[in-house]
Structure formats: structure tokens, C-alpha cells
Design a protein around this ligand. Structure first.
Ligand code: GAL
Length: 426
């Protein structure tokens, strides 16, 4: 009965919305049961699902009448989800809200007119005051703001197995000063019998490793310049970065392709690899396996990138034509709320996007990440949608995939040059 009434109410609201808003953009609920919200993410399993569940728990408390419909598509970094989402958007069958990275990836959706402007939502909920400008800038296009951030992740983090390092005579608490020093520690590890000093998984983790090497080799300005065209991919520094990347891969497992990120992170947890370069969603994986930060494992910024925070943020949208736009706004309110951000980030390993969060609510790793975000140079992650649009990232991903199997440095550099020319639309 409640549902039937709700459906009638929904139609009425839809009628009002259509009458009041030419073009029929999402301004109300357009039929069906308005008391549900279908949310699309790639947090389908393991520690990522635990993070989503923590957020949904707060949502259920804040909006007990709205049913959360989980439309997650498995595959780290949205490797499968982004294509599935593109098909739904193309077919004008959007979910009520979907996960998208702040930055260039979001711009793709905005330019395709797939997202509602949330400026008035920000105003009503006084959100411009609670998020940092570094983040708001990446969510804003032409003065309009299109999504609500749930968190901030760091992509230049090395996860370190303390025991393996100690056994090889290396002090895990001291980060190597640069890539060369790190490579010589990898040699020591190999000599001590560690078959896989560095673990990698599937293509996007290989891209993320390459992004870290670019950042370390070129520095923050040189790295940022790549995405604006100020740094050329045919430069000597990029040649050097590719050489560094090849040296690192020589210490990595060769069976990563096709395996999702937890496989590589678990190798550090289980002691079959010494290092894994991974975003700080890895923290939740260490927590899930009951490992203690500072005891069994530690972290440092990727050697040569200290003082730089390689940034990405997950954010949630209101797609044009969302069937349950009002419920979607409820979901966005939970995401932006202090309670929602705290529950989610404690479970996810990221730091809250809200600047009024209390650092003492968080464990040591996240306190360190918050301090770094506040003082470091913030750069945009390549592998996680902040630096370049999806098509450019796809071109880089296939070039890296080729390189990982052929080790042809010249071919990689030419492919990167072409991808930059195409990506910048020249
Ligand atoms: C990133 C996302 C993170 C995490 C990671 C691995 O792109 O922003 O929240 O889920 O992928 O899947």
C-alpha cells in the first residue's frame, strides 16, 4: 500500500518537475517507487565493499524510508564499471547516482551533458564551506559544480613488509631517498632470497606505478606539465622515466596482468613481496587482514615523491534523467555529512574531504595523510581519472600494456607522444 501510494506521489512529483522545468531534467522523481536510490560504484567486494557498507549504514540511519539499491560492478579502479556505465548513459538508463573521480574524468561526463549542475544543492547544504578549494576546483566546470566528494585518496604510497626488509638488513622505517636507492634495496632483497621485491597486478596498477615513476623522475611541475602539454613526452626526462620503470619492473612479478589490486597488496601482507605501490585503499586491505601499521608493515611516499600528494577523490553525481532524483539528493547529503564521511573514510583508508573533520578520530596512517594533504604539493593522479580524460588514459593504458610484455622503450615513448597529441586535441 505504502509503495502504491509512493508510486502515485512519485508520478505527481514527476508531473510537477516536468511542468516546472523545461527539458525535463532531474528535478524530482519520475515514477516508480520514489523511495529507492540506485547507486553505481565499483566497490563490489572485499575491503571496498566494507567501505560502501559503512556509508550505506549511515544512509539507512539518516533516511530510513529510502531503500539503497546497490548497482556495483566489480573491478578495481572502475576497470569494468566505466564501460558498463557508459552503455547505461548512452541508452539513457542512468542510475540515480554514480561514482566518478574528481578532475578530468568528471569533465568527460559534464561535456557529454550527462550530469546535473549541483550548484544550488551545494548552496542549500552549505557545502562550499566544508570542502577544500583543491578539491572544489576539480569538481567545478565553468563555475558550476557537478558532484559531491566522499573522500580523498593518495596514489603515491609504497606499502612495505617490515619483516622481509629487516631480514635483508634494510631499515623499513627509513624511506629510500630516490628511485636509485630504492632499486639498490630491491637488489638486496633479491639477494636475500625474496623472489618478488615489488608486486604489481593488472594494467591499471601498472599505469599507477608508471605515474609514480613519472612523478619521481620529473618532479611535481614536470609531471603536471605532461597533462597540460608543457612537458613533452619525447623529452629526455620521459626517456629516463621509462628506463626507471623498466628497472623497477625487472624486480616485479610478471603474472600480474588480469589480477585485481588486492592480489598484489596481499603479496606484501602475506610476505611474498616486499613492496607494493598502491593507493591508500590498501590500508583497508591491511586492516581486513588484521595487520598492524608500524609493526608488520609501514608506508612511505614513493621514493623521490616526498612532499607531493598524488591526489584522487571519489565523488558522486546526479545524472541527467536519474529516475529517483530526490532520493539521489538524500544519498548525496549522506555522503557530504560529517557522519557519512567519518564512517566511510575510517573503513576505506582515505581521508575525509571535509575540512572540519577531526584528525584524532583517525588512526596513524590517515593522520599522516591528512597532514601531507594540508602541506604538500597536490598533483592529479593519472590512473584514477584526475589528470586526463578517459580516452587519453585508455591510450596510455594500452601503451603500458604493450610495454610490459615487449619491454620496447622506444615504442612506449612514441605511443605516449601520440596519446598526448590526441589527448590535448592537437
Ligand atoms: C580508485 C578509487 C578508489 C579505489 C580504487 C581501487 O579508482 O578511487 O576508491 O576503489 O580505485 O578500486
Amino acid at each position: 500500500m505504502r509503495k502504491a501510494l509512493a508510486a502515485v506521489a512519485g508520478l505527481a512529483v514527476a508531473g510537477l518537475a516536468l511542468a516546472g522545468c523545461a527539458g525535463g531534467s532531474a528535478g524530482g522523481d519520475k515514477g516508480g517507487d520514489p523511495n529507492q536510490v540506485e547507486v553505481f560504484t565499483w566497490w563490489a567486494s572485499g575491503s571496498e565493499k566494507t567501505g560502501l557498507d559503512a556509508l550505506v549504514k549511515v544512509f539507512d540511519q539518516q533516511y530510513p524510508d529510502v531503500t539503497f539499491v546497490n548497482a556495483a560492478v566489480a573491478g578495481g579502479a572502475g576497470s569494468n564499471a566505466k564501460n558498463a556505465l557508459a552503455s547505461r548513459l548512452k541508452a539513457n538508463n542512468p542510475p540515480d547516482s554514480f561514482q566518478a573521480h574528481a578532475g578530468a574524468e568528471l569533465t568527460d561526463y559534464i561535456e557529454a551533458n550527462k550530469l546535473e549542475d549541483l550548484s544550488s544543492f551545494y548552496k542549500e547544504n552549505k557545502l562550499t564551506d566544508v570542502f577544500p578549494s583543491t578539491l572544489l576546483d576539480r569538481l567545478t566546470v565553468d563555475g558550476k559544480i557537478y558532484s559531491v566528494p566522499s573522500n580523498i585518496h593518495r596514489a603515491n604510497v609504497v606499502w612495505v613488509n617490515n619483516n622481509l626488509l629487516k631480514k635483508a638488513g634494510i631499515d623499513p622505517t627509513k624511506a629510500p631517498a630516490n628511485l636509485d636507492a630504492w632499486l639498490s634495496d630491491m637488489k638486496k632483497l633479491k639477494d636475500s632470497g625474496v623472489a618478488t621485491p615489488l608486486s604489481v597486478a593488472t594494467d591499471w596498477t601498472q599505469v599507477q606505478l608508471f605515474e609514480n615513476v613519472l612523478l619521481s623522475t620529473l618532479g611535481a611541475d614536470g609531471y603536471q606539465g605532461l597533462w597540460k602539454g608543457d612537458t613533452k613526452f619525447d623529452s629526455a626526462e620521459v626517456t629516463k622515466a621509462i628506463a626507471n620503470y623498466g628497472k623497477l619492473l625487472a624486480y616485479a612479478n610478471t603474472d600480474g596482468t588480469g589480477q585485481d589490486w588486492p592480489v598484489a597488496t596481499d603479496m606484501v601482507i602475506d610476505g611474498t613481496a616486499a613492496y607494493n605501490v598502491m593507493g591508500d585503499w590498501a590500508l583497508a586491505e591491511f586492516d581486513a587482514k588484521a595487520k598492524t601499521y608500524g609493526k608488520e608493515y609501514t608506508t612511505w611516499p614513493t621514493p623521490g615523491t616526498d612532499g607531493t600528494f598524488d591526489f584522487l577523490a571519489d565523488s558522486f553525481t546526479l545524472p541527467v534523467g536519474a529516475p529517483h532524483a530526490n532520493a539521489a539528493k538524500d544519498w548525496l547529503r549522506t555522503i557530504s555529512s560529517a557522519d557519512g564521511q567519518k564512517a566511510f573514510n575510517l573503513a576505506k583508508g582515505s581521508i575525509p574531504a571535509r575540512t572540519d573533520a577531526n584528525a584524532s578520530d583517525y588512526p596513524a596512517y590517515q593522520q599522516g595523510a591528512m597532514a601531507s594533504f594540508a602541506k604538500d604539493t597536490v598533483v592529479s593522479s593519472l590512473a584514477h581519472g584526475a589528470a586526463v580524460k578517459v580516452s587519453w588514459l585508455n591510450d596510455i593504458t594500452s601503451a603500458i600494456g604493450q610495454y610490459v610484455s615487449t619491454k620496447d622503450a622506444g615504442a612506449l615513448q612514441s605511443a605516449l607522444v601520440q596519446a598526448q597529441t590526441k589527448g590535448l586535441g592537437k
